[in-house]
Design a protein around this ligand. Structure first.
Ligand SMILES: NC(=O)c1ccc[n+]([C@@H]2O[C@H](COP(=O)([O-])OP(=O)(O)OC[C@H]3O[C@@H](n4cnc5c(N)ncnc54)[C@H](OP(=O)(O)O)[C@@H]3O)[C@@H](O)[C@H]2O)c1
Length: 234
């Protein structure tokens, strides 16, 4: 594995956008370190890895578990990583007022969507420092925008706004080392999270994301970009 030059980590690779990212990056010649919290149940991913000339290796990773992230970090510590994609995420309920909101669930969303990408990034830092590209990509959302006028999904919106801010600051601090940290909005995508009512399919979203991920340069990173290149900076 160490001899393959373009290693990319994708979290939440067993379904949705993460699965399609795995498919398209492996087809583009990358070796994908595809992570799933329940790899034995990741039937589609296993099937893809089996049919893909060993361009995909599957790792167990629950991004909210310190132990799981530490173990993953140790396993990959000596491998040069070109790109980390923090894709795993959860959405809370849309329907909750100040009187009803469940703050335990709120904290779980913040842990998964904000704290965990930071933890995974830290675990991947040794490998990213060995790589040439040094890109960290976060699947953010326009729902985190302060400009957005919609209500509900308080925890999700808050978690993505905080993710954008934290990653923007880490990105600035790591720029001198050549790191490129990006926050990308994939569009409203037909997945379990996005539902069938969404605007676009995963292929359209990921085709756009892949292009942006491969072409973004350091000078472009202080923006939140849509899958189609639209600047959604808040
Ligand atoms: N779909 C959209 O319209 C949309 C729009 C804007 C942003 N996004 C963002 O894009 C990313 C992917 O969304 P999606 O639509 O593909 O969602 P999805 O279909 O619900 O898939 C979510 C993925 O995250 C994984 N995951 C959740 N919690 C995890 C944990 N603790 N550890 C490891 N993996 C975990 C899930 O694994 P399990 O199968 O084990 O649950 C699954 O692989 C998310 O960050 C989301 O916020 C999506």
């Amino acid at each position: 594995m160490e001899n393959l030059s373009k290693n990319i980590i994708i979290t939440g690779a067993n379904r949705g956008i993460g699965f399609e990212l795995t498919k398209q990056f492996s087809a583009a010649g990358y070796h994908v370190l595809a992570t799933a919290r329940k790899p034995l149940q990741a039937v589609k991913l296993i099937e893809l890895a089996d049919n893909d000339d060993n361009n995909i290796s599957i790792f167990k990773l629950d991004v909210t578990s310190k132990l799981s992230v530490d173990n993953f970090g140790k396993t990959i510590a000596d491998i040069p990583i070109e790109i980390l994609i923090n894709n795993a995420g959860i959405l809370d309920t849309y329907e909750s007022s100040i009187d009803e909101i469940n703050l335990v669930d709120f904290a779980e969303v913040l842990t998964t969507n904000t704290i965990s990408p930071i933890r995974v990034m830290r675990a991947a830092m040794p490998g990213l420092r060995l790589g040439n590209t040094k890109k960290v990509v976060n699947l953010s959302s326009f729902m985190g925008s302060f400009k957005g006028q919609s209500n509900g999904a308080h925890a999700y919106r808050t978690s993505k706004a905080a993710l954008n801010r934290a990653m923007q600051i880490f990105g600035r601090e790591l720029a001198d080392e050549g790191f490129i940290v990006m926050n990308l909005h994939p569009g409203w995508v037909k997945t379990e999270m996005g539902t069938e009512a969404a605007d676009i399919d995963v292929v359209t979203s990921v085709t756009g994301l892949l292009k942006i991920i491969e072409t973004t340069k350091l000078e472009d990173v202080n923006q939140i970009l849509g899958y189609d290149g639209t600047n959604l900076s808040y």
